[in-house]
Design a protein around this ligand. Sequence first.
Ligand SMILES: NC(=O)c1ccc[n+]([C@@H]2O[C@H](COP(=O)([O-])OP(=O)(O)OC[C@H]3O[C@@H](n4cnc5c(N)ncnc54)[C@H](OP(=O)(O)O)[C@@H]3O)[C@@H](O)[C@H]2O)c1
Length: 294
Amino acid sequence: MADVTVIGTGVVGSAVVRACVDSGLEVSVWNRTPERSERLAGRDVYLHATAAEAIEDSPIVLLCLLNYEITHAVLDEAAADLSGRLVVQHASGIPDDVAPLRKRVEVAGGRYLEAAILNHPDAIGTEDCFAVYGGAAEDFKELAGVTEALSGKQVRLGADPGYAKAYHVVSRAFYYAFVNGFLECSAIAESMGVPLNDFAESVPLYDPGFQNTIGVGLGLIARRDYTFEQAPLTSHLDVLNNLAGVAERAGIEQSYLAVMRERVLRAMEQGYRREHVAVLTEQFRSRRMAVHNR
Ligand SMILES: NC(=O)c1ccc[n+]([C@@H]2O[C@H](COP(=O)([O-])OP(=O)(O)OC[C@H]3O[C@@H](n4cnc5c(N)ncnc54)[C@H](OP(=O)(O)O)[C@@H]3O)[C@@H](O)[C@H]2O)c1
């Protein structure tokens, strides 16, 4: 018997296997494409020809497949005995995906935890890695040998695995906002003849401003009072007017800069002037309420 099983040895699953082995665990693995798991072969890694064999070879099963649909398909085909096993889902998805998978695990006699690794796979197994979990406290405790192998910081967010998934969705939304910002920035830099490397040198300077926007924004959004003396909405409009034009000339379709300008304009139509830009969240809130009341 191994200590833990990893189902799916793509980028994330492979990093999970390596981190577990590095911390002294014995790992059983299965992957649809055997060549991808064969690369991991070595002391303390046991390769299996079927998912069922791999699952039945340890008390803890880490699911690292692409998504929930594939996870269900793999579990269907395996029809493995989950009784007493702790099954931990790592794939991305949305909260609605969680209950059906949890149910199928529990019906098959297993216990279920939801996991989200919030970093790049390179960070898995390092102090920098941050992972969140949802599920029973005793199951999370039982998983400690694995969670500590994978991440420097691991947090159980509560008993509801769906909440951990919601947290992950929020973190992904933040990540893609950052990626989109970077991509549009790259296009603008190229169109204006600013070498990306020159621009990149200044990036660390933005960090305090970025932290400040979040810190201030959190408080204002919680209070729903957006009064703030620095950087009022009116000052954003001029900048965004320029940037929306720049983005268009840089070949960016549907730029977030143009979208931001529209939001600021709408807020000003509603009478906001000197407020912090966080006031724009009110637009999302009122649309959400309208949809909810429909
Ligand atoms: N990469 C990241 O930065 C990152 C970070 C955190 C979380 N995640 C999440 O972790 C999950 C895995 O991501 P990844 O980067 O490891 O993806 P990946 O490298 O593409 O690996 C996908 C895994 O799913 C398997 N798979 C795909 N289709 C399948 C099918 N029809 N039947 C059976 N197995 C199938 C693949 O097997 P084959 O090798 O046979 O194709 C592989 O094991 C995703 O939900 C992702 O969003 C990713």
